[in-house]
Ligand binder design. Structure first.
Ligand code: ZN
Length: 260
């Protein structure tokens, strides 16, 4: 296993990761590479796999773990569906926004790690069991805490948070993007404004790595009572979202603050 982790990616757009030498080096040493899949890494993973020269992390090898194959995707696309100009060619890949999906991914990750390190099998199994118990307890706590968010309306930019809304019963009433991956246009934003003006969302939500100007414009047009929420897309370098559990805590807390 590599001893040095690549830098955290909270500030970077997961659709467009730069294949830096440190990432290539990490891929070269990896026994297991964990990716989202569903085409999210289509623009950069194949190059990393090739440059790594590591047979363990190539397509079809047990060392390549695609999280998207462990869960049911939102907006799934049948294989061979014609390209329609959007970046989610196999369905919505932002599955990590639902913490329940982490259970399925962790189980398979543990299996793959046990296969790579048979001498540590018992210890890896024990760690998985302890983590699962803790994670299930946390999920129950988040669901209880977030109960007031059920039915809350939000507008979003991109379908980044669709799994979070699905989990917590939040309704995204408009998307600032005309299609996933197509940036907001003035004409589309005007239509969104007309669409939500009668029942404005409580928040306009945009991932912290995106340009917030379109979201800021919509918040201004809608007047008071609408919050601009810039949420981390993944784990950040600083607290409170610098651990996986802290990231979900932070999202729930920020949404509850916007709902009040
Ligand atoms: Zn996306």
């Amino acid at each position: 296993m590599p001893t040095s982790a690549p830098p955290r990616t909270g500030a970077r757009d997961p659709h467009h990761i730069e294949a830096r030498p440190s990432l290539i080096a990490a891929m070269r040493q990896a026994d297991v590479a964990v990716c989202t899949g569903a085409g999210l890494e289509a623009g950069w993973l194949p190059m990393l796999q090739q440059r790594s020269g590591n047979p363990k992390v190539q397509e079809g090898a047990p060392g390549l773990l695609l999280a998207s194959r462990q869960v049911k995707l939102l907006d799934p696309r049948a294989p061979g569906t014609p390209f329609d100009g959007d970046v989610h060619t196999e369905g919505n890949p932002h599955l990590s926004l639902d913490p329940r999906h982490m259970l399925a991914v962790a189980r398979v990750l543990s299996e793959r790690m046990q296969a790579a390190e048979p001498a540590k099998r018992d210890a890896l199994r024990a760690r998985l069991a302890a983590w699962e118990a803790d994670w299930q307890r946390r999920i129950a706590q988040w669901e209880q805490k977030a109960a007031p968010l059920r039915g809350m309306k939000v507008a979003g930019q991109h379908t980044t948070y669709a799994y979070l809304w699905h989990w917590l019963g939040i309704e995204q009433s408009a998307d600032l993007e005309p299609k996933p991956g197509i940036p907001p246009t003035p004409g589309h934003l005007q239509r969104v404004l007309e669409q939500v003006r009668a029942t404005p969302p409580r928040a306009v939500v945009v991932a912290a790595y995106r340009d917030p100007r379109s979201a800021q414009w919509l918040v201004q047009q809608l007047g008071g009572g609408v919050t601009l929420l810039q949420l981390p897309g993944t784990v950040t370098d600083e607290a409170p979202a610098n651990t996986l559990a802290g990231l979900y805590d932070h999202r729930v807390d920020r949404l509850l603050a916007a709902a009040r």
